[in-house]
Design a protein around this ligand. Structure first.
Ligand code: URA
Length: 165
């Protein structure tokens, strides 16, 4: 019950967030993340893309479809994972998040990890690592640092890595 309230409060805070003026101006929806409140595995990407911004859901665009194909290949049920990103807002023209944006959004991600309390955290790409890779919230959890699915779609070597991880 407490976990539901915490998640609900946090989602409200993210929706109302005004910390990054450029992102606030540009966004249609914030993308808090999606998945069970008690997920054992949390996947963290970089930032929502245009489709995620339009729908308010994580990984529903091309990277998401690619991720889904990996899940299907390995018999992983996406509904059992909590999926989110380092940033909760779409950076204009899908550019990479900058240092300040990652910093501004970090506490939301840390709070999500604390509340959901996953055993396994998968950091997909550099922004996820930059956000919480060295934070103590990852202590006593299994951390898998892998590549971002967008990179894995493009390069065979990174594709091999994400498959293995
Ligand atoms: N890439 C991300 O890192 N997150 C999303 O939600 C979509 C694409």
């Amino acid at each position: 019950m407490l976990r539901i309230i915490e998640c609900w409060k946090l989602n409200g805070k993210i929706k109302r967030c005004q910390k990054c003026p450029v992102l606030v101006k540009n966004r249609t929806h914030t993308v808090q993340g999606e998945g069970p409140r008690r997920a054992k595995v949390m996947l963290i990407g970089q930032a929502p893309g245009a489709e995620e911004d339009a729908k308010g859901k994580p990984f529903v665009g091309r990277s998401g479809k690619f991720l889904d194909s990996i899940f299907e290949l390995y018999g992983i049920n996406r509904k059992r994972l909590f999926i989110t990103s380092a940033l909760k807002c779409y950076p204009p023209a899908n550019r990479a998040p900058n240092y300040q944006e990652i910093k501004n959004c970090r506490n939301y991600l840390i709070k999500q990890i604390k509340v959901i309390d996953p055993k396994i955290v998968v950091l997909m790409g550099e922004s996820a690592f930059e956000s919480v890779g060295k934070n103590e919230v990852l202590k006593n959890r299994t951390v898998i640092k892998t590549v971002h699915p967008a990179s894995a779609m493009r390069f065979p070597s990174t594709r091999k890595k994400i498959m293995k991880d």
